[in-house]
Design a protein. Structure first.
Length: 165
């Protein structure tokens, strides 16, 4: 039951970032251009697919959730995580950019930029030092070889048997 509650509460984060904040900063959302709407929905779909895939990896392989209060128990270096260390946040950013395009909102785009900077600070100051402490040399090697934001062209491979691939 606790696991189900953790997973349920984990969705509070994306709902807040992708729906509640954009509605708060852009309360009178309307469609100004059908082409922008179609392009935005296409971009949103890509971001949502990335989010679903990466969240599923966290749950199935990492045995945890995306929420800081219920972190993964295993280091996840599989799928998109072999190309970039934070593909889930990249997916969220893609959704926010798609939302800003769909409704032609500079405010939502600015929120995407702010969200990126907040996450970058969080990863540098809090999450990465905790992951180094928790997973040691495995995480340090992963961090050395895989960029935080810019995807690699070739997937990262590590020979250690304790790393999830």
């Amino acid at each position: 039951m606790k696991n189900v509650l953790n997973q349920l509460f984990s969705f509070i984060l994306p709902v807040t970032v992708l729906i509640l904040v954009p509605l708060d900063i852009e309360p009178n959302i309307s469609v100004h251009n059908i082409l922008a709407l179609v392009a935005g929905i296409f971009i949103i779909s890509i971001g949502l697919c990335i989010m679903i895939i990466t969240i599923t990896k966290f749950i199935k392989i990492g045995k945890g959730t995306l929420a800081p209060w219920s972190p993964t128990r295993k280091l996840v270096i599989d799928g998109m995580y072999r190309y970039a260390r934070n593909p889930m946040i990249i997916g969220v950013l893609i959704v926010l950019i798609g939302e800003s395009i769909a409704v032609l909102s500079l405010n939502i785009f600015e929120w995407a930029v702010i969200f990126f900077f907040i996450n970058n600070l969080y990863f540098v100051l809090l999450e990465e030092p905790l992951l180094e402490k928790k997973f040691g040399a495995e995480y340090k090697e992963y961090k050395k070889n895989v960029s935080r934001w810019i995807p690699r062209l070739k997937p990262f491979k590590q020979d250690s048997g304790s790393i999830v691939k």
